[in-house]
Design a protein around this ligand. Sequence first.
Ligand SMILES: [Zn+2]
Length: 305
Amino acid sequence: MNYIDQLTAMRMNAQGGHTSPHKAVMLLSILDLIASGDAADNRFRLSPELMEHFRRYFDVVKTDADSCTPINPYFYMRSEPFWHHQATAGNEAVCIALSSPGGKKKLGEIIDYAYLDDALFGLLQDRSKRSEIREAVISRYFPNQYEPLMQIVKEEDEVGIYTSAMRNLVDGKVEEMPNVPYQTRDLAFSRIVKRAYHYQCAACGLRVLFDGISLVDAAHIIPFSISRDDDPRNGISLCKNHHWAMDQELIFPCSDNKWRVHKDLDERIDAQRSLIALDGKTILLPEEQKYAPKAVALKWREQRR
Ligand SMILES: [Zn+2]
């Protein structure tokens, strides 16, 4: 059986005449992660990125009978010949014997990651092959939502390519970004910046993440309208409040990697006190140093104090 046949012949959960869309949605989601290079090592974890893609497709195909439970297909796809689970150390036997996913935390303790057949993963590196498989999956499982899903798939493919280009820019492999539509740019920039900061606000440290929904924004340090610069190092992850405060020039990320606040903020006013408390605090930088804000961007903010 070739891979397209396998991918379009999955055993889907069907109860009371309703077929659950979850496995096919999971498949489209992992294809996105391959396109963007987020799964370059053929390891798929129940990551915020996977959840985000899952939710995007799920919202198009769900019915009232369906719950957004990515953990189910992530686990039950083990009955398909191409999807495998790598157990965490010491849990090999428990992993094999597992008959249901249980909770996400528990599952994460038993399954380190899921992976595809190496040959399938290799095949999916090819952009045209990916397109062919995405179309086959959508035609087979979601003929009634063909148009809207193909629209998302097309956009995700472009975002994926642009995301890879952004990584190459950070790694010094390319010097210029291709010209792409606003939505493509914006989505790629937002994802790569938020991920670099582990979805945490670089000012207050707030991190709220639930099944692919996050509270932080990816803010341009020098606004895109001025800089035309989508380099992730011109980005910073901020909660809604601190994003607003930076845009209003009430707080400033400075080149000594510290926050400064507007001199006219008044600590006698309750609402302003929490902003003043940020003065002199260290910017919570990304774990990977290469994604840290570039000096020219921080200087630009600093000079507006
Ligand atoms: Zn914040």
